[in-house]
Design a binder for this molecule. Structure first.
Ligand SMILES: [Zn+2]
Length: 311
């Protein structure tokens, strides 16, 4: 896998490396998190691995690898309101566009087709996310020195239920040699019918890498086997730490999420453990949403603590 992505997301690249080797990559994949450029880079790297004519090595210069890096491979398509349009709608991925995608699937191809669905915008400001993306060696589908293409998370406005429903059958009865990848900030921004037919991966924002998680070492000492009777203590501990240090609850939740992603790194070969952590990271996403909808912190911590402890 791409070295930069490997350093940033070792558990994801490790997972995909194994899935590709054992030929058990899901036909529909959802990446979610706040950094869509990272998601987009991982999607392109998967497309490259699936299409490489050699052994998929990082520095491969075969035609497929080159075209995918340059983002002009005919079988690797970015589908957004700005990319691969077939009609004049400027604010949504249209049903017509989806039908065009589905039509191309029926043409036989020597390539592995990868469709990357996202929202997108063009701006004239470069951000760190953009620079980091460029450093992976991949290129955006369009834009130039002045105009920068940015991927954004899908939501039900830009990928309507009509457009989503148009592809449900294809998600249900996958074609060999076709992979769908959806980029989004939150799973809840996609129709449940798409989520239930896909393999879902959280892609953490690398900015959360600045969190100091020393305060979590003691309460999470026996994780993932913290006994249920410790749940109330754990919730209280998190609340006290937040209040005593004058922190936002979102900071506490981000810290736990970061702590867990680090745990994945150190347990990378223990698939059972990795699965537990993936599941718990998803739960923290839920807790963050509860905080945003003004549910009391104590309630959120208790709900989380009960989920993370085992009877
Ligand atoms: Zn190659």
């Amino acid at each position: 896998m791409n070295k930069i992505l490997e350093n940033k997301y070792p558990y994801l690249t490790n997972f995909f490396e194994t899935a590709l080797k054992e030929n058990r990559l899901f036909h529909s994949i959802i990446f979610y998190g706040s950094n869509c450029y990272s998601q987009y880079a991982i999607a392109l790297e998967l497309a490259r691995k699936l299409n490489c004519l050699e052994n998929g090595s990082n520095d491969c210069t075969c035609q497929n690898c080159r075209w995918i890096r340059e983002n002009r491979h005919p079988a690797v398509m970015t589908v957004s309101k700005l990319d691969n349009k077939t009609d004049k709608s400027k604010t949504v991925i249209s049903e017509e566009q989806i039908n065009m995608v589905l039509d191309t699937m029926y043409n036989s191809s020597e390539f592995h087709r990868v469709f990357i669905f996202c929202d997108a915008q063009i701006t004239d400001t470069k951000t760190n996310d953009y620079d980091e993306f460029i450093s992976t060696g991949f290129n955006p589908p369009q834009g130039d020195e002045e105009k920068i293409w940015y991927p954004l998370g899908l939501n039900i406005t830009c990928l309507s239920s009509v457009a989503s429903n148009a592809m449900l059958k294809s998600l249900e009865e996958p074609h060999s040699g076709v992979t769908f990848i959806f980029l989004t900030n939150s799973k809840d921004d996609l129709l449940p019918t798409i989520v239930s037919r896909s393999q879902v991966f959280y892609v953490p924002d690398t900015k959360i890498y600045q969190y100091n998680t020393d305060f979590l070492n003691q309460p999470f000492h026996s994780y993932p086997y913290i006994p249920k009777e410790k749940a109330v203590d754990l919730a209280q501990y998190l609340l006290n730490y937040q209040l005593e240090n004058n922190l936002e609850p979102a900071y506490i939740l981000d810290s736990i999420q970061y702590y867990f992603t680090e745990l994945i790194k150190s347990n990378i070969n223990n698939q059972v453990m990795v699965n537990i952590i993936f599941r718990d990271i998803e739960k923290i996403q839920e807790s963050k949403k509860m905080i945003k909808s003004y549910i009391k912190e104590q309630t959120v911590y208790e709900d989380l603590a009960f989920y993370l402890t085992k009877s």
